[in-house]
Design a protein around this ligand. Structure first.
Ligand code: OAD
Length: 244
């Protein structure tokens, strides 16, 4: 049984507003590969940062489509893991709860979380690369499907490097970081701005900040807790220690 400091458990029970930021690590146990762990198999020779850009799509739309089609296949096969379900449970206990995700896989929604703030879009949606019209319904035939309004190439509705975040989603995320009592950073390397700044903003606003990641050493300091471990193991244990 995992042990947690009693002041962390008390902070969770007393919190009026809990905000959670998740990254690719939160979906790793569902079989969705993270970005910065090496790619394997077919795509091992490509750097994701060189595929997830508008320039890459302009240069070689077919390559980018194939990469996303492969990622989408993985996402469609994936099921939420115990970490996703623990966050659904946490939402039930917190008077106010904001779930902010950098993930584009929709697994939080599938687990049952409500009002998920998607900072980087969703791989299950498409929009036009030229006119940005969202695409609905099944994908048109063709190697690279095209837009019904303007004939432009369709692309996944995700945020690529060099593109702006959806403004409303970012506003809500920022406000949550500034006003929450407890802020969780789960399974993110913290390398991609502006999401990476949210835990710092929360800390500056005197929230209790909890990091759950395989990259950290477990360390407690006042109002800052780092927990080394898998989110699918740590989150359920923490939720049941606090509210079970
Ligand atoms: P990364 O791939 O950069 O980082 C994943 C983090 O999760 C690493 O720190 C791992 O140690 C950790 N990790 C792996 N498995 C874990 C597990 N089971 N439990 C807990 N932690 C685990 O992914 P992100 O930080 O999400 O953006 O990347 C941020 C953004 O960069 C992505 O949203 C994407 C990407 O390129 C865009 O596409 C715009």
């Amino acid at each position: 049984m995992m042990k947690f400091p009693s002041d962390l458990l008390e902070a969770l029970r007393a919190a009026q507003h809990i905000a959670v930021l998740t990254g690719a690590g939160a979906s790793a146990e569902s079989g969705v590969p993270t970005f910065r762990d090496a790619q394997t198999g077919l795509w091992a020779q490509f750097d994701p940062e060189e595929l997830a850009t508008p320039e890459a799509f302009r240069r070689n739309p077919k390559l980018v489509w194939e990469w996303y089609a492969w990622r989408r296949t993985l996402v469609e096969r994936a099921q939420p893991n115990p970490g996703h379900f623990a966050l659904v449970e946490m939402e039930r206990h917190a008077p106010q709860f904001t779930l902010i995700t950098q993930n584009v896989d929709g697994l939080h929604q599938l687990a049952g979380s409500r009002n998920v703030i998607e900072l980087h879009g969703n791989i299950r949606r498409y929009k036009c690369f030229a006119c940005e019209t969202p695409h609905s319904g099944p994908l048109p035939e063709g190697e690279i499907p095209t837009c019904a309004s303007c004939g432009g190439l369709l692309r996944p509705d995700v945020v690529w490097f060099g593109e702006c975040l959806p403004a409303q989603a970012y506003r809500v995320a920022l406000e949550a970081a500034q006003t929450c009592d407890v802020f969780f950073s789960v399974g993110t390397s913290g390398l991609v701005e502006p999401a990476a700044s949210l835990p710092r903003i929360a800390r500056r606003a005197l929230a209790t900040v909890v990091t759950i990641n395989l990259d950290v050493k477990t360390e407690w300091s006042p109002n800052a807790y780092a927990i080394h471990g898998k989110s699918g193991e740590v989150l359920p244990a923490l939720v049941s220690a606090a509210w079970g």
